[in-house]
Design a binder for this molecule. Structure first.
Ligand code: FES
Length: 347
């Protein structure tokens, strides 16, 4: 049995055994035999403590008795206890040995409870305090220590188990009114404001773009004034080539003028009000769609309001043998300029 499991009674018994005094009760009984020399009736007070049940004694009483028995002064205490009841009323209160014991305890001096317990535990072997010591002791004794049981750890708690539940959205009446008010204000004022700000932003952007465009000069891209229209042999006699009309505003014609076979370039602009006549291959004439002016293949006007013949551009043979038209120079028939060799190429 471990020391910590000893009861008070066992401790006292150990104390008595260690000191070999036989206990306070015995001492009291022994001393009671010597009491008749001093008192007339000491037997009853002495026998009274011996009849006390140890289980009913207080701890202080037990410790006092143990100290008295250990110090060998237990004889004085019963004497005082026996003398006191002899003078007063020993038969009335025989079970009051506590007061003499307290006096004897005060006379024992330095012997305290710890020293008494140490004396009681003297000679006892202290048990192992740690598991390693117990195992070592068992091994030394030839015993097989009990195998360690595998510790089964409980599953670790999840973090979700400790999170507070999310509150469900509560659609109260006040919230509904506020939502309705906010939506109404948004419709009445938000949309017009948004439209206004958007329009202002777009207008500002257009102003910026216009200003940026104003900072750059206008560039007029016109077709070159000189361009080549092929070799003279590629034109058949009497042919009117209209493929340069759309891009350069020119008809290239191989025809006879004043008995000379020429290749010349007619300006595709009516001399009346500036409309663009069409070449009618079936009728072999140029006809203006605006007022009906009609021109021959050589450009001479013969019907309609056009006051004068079509104009010619300068044409020449380039270094590579191709015909080159120069729109920077014009020749008018009424001025006699068609006689200029720069207004045609003889073929
Ligand atoms: Fe050609 Fe008037 S513009 S006829």
């Amino acid at each position: 049995m471990a020391d910590q499991d000893l009861t008070i009674e066992e401790i006292l018994l150990r104390c008595r055994q260690v000191d070999g005094q036989g206990g306070a009760v015995a001492d009291v009984s022994v001393e009671s035999e010597e009491a008749p020399a001093e008192a007339a009736a000491p037997a009853e007070p002495v026998a009274a403590p011996a009849a006390i049940d140890p289980s009913k004694m207080s701890v202080a009483d037990m410790l006092a008795a143990a100290r008295a028995s250990a110090s060998g002064e237990s004889a004085a205490a019963p004497k005082a206890a026996a003398a006191a009841p002899a003078k007063s009323a020993p038969a009335a209160k025989p079970a009051v040995p506590a007061a003499p014991k307290q006096e004897s305890v005060a006379q024992t001096g330095p012997r305290d409870t710890a020293s008494i317990l140490a004396a009681a535990r003297k000679g006892m072997q202290r048990g192992p305090q740690r598991v390693e010591d117990a195992v070592k002791t068992a091994e030394e004794a030839g015993e097989k220590p009990a195998a360690k049981k595998a510790v089964e750890l409980p599953p670790a708690p999840r973090r979700e188990d400790f999170l507070p539940p999310k509150p469900a959205p509560v659609a109260s009446e006040a919230t509904g009114r506020r939502g309705f008010f906010a939506s109404t204000v948004g419709v009445l004022f938000g949309a017009p404001l948004a439209v206004g700000f958007t329009s202002m932003a777009i207008t500002s952007l257009l102003w910026v773009l216009g200003l940026a465009r104003f900072m750059f000069p206008n560039v007029l891209t016109e077709p070159p004034t000189k361009f080549k229209v092929g070799f003279p042999d590629s034109y058949a006699p009497g042919q009117v080539e209209a493929k340069y009309k759309a891009q350069f505003g020119v008809w290239v014609v191989r025809f006879e003028y004043e008995g000379e076979s020429q290749i010349y370039a007619l300006k595709s602009v009516c001399t009346h009000l500036g409309c663009t006549p069409n070449w009618l291959e079936g009728e072999q004439k140029f006809k203006c769609p605006c007022h009906g002016s009609v021109f021959y293949k050589d450009g001479i006007n013969f019907e309609g309001p056009a006051p004068r013949p079509l104009e010619r551009y300068a044409i020449r043979l380039s270094d590579d043998g191709q015909l080159e038209v120069d729109k920077s120079t014009k020749f008018n028939e009424e001025l006699g300029q068609w006689a200029d060799s720069n207004s045609y190429v003889s073929v």
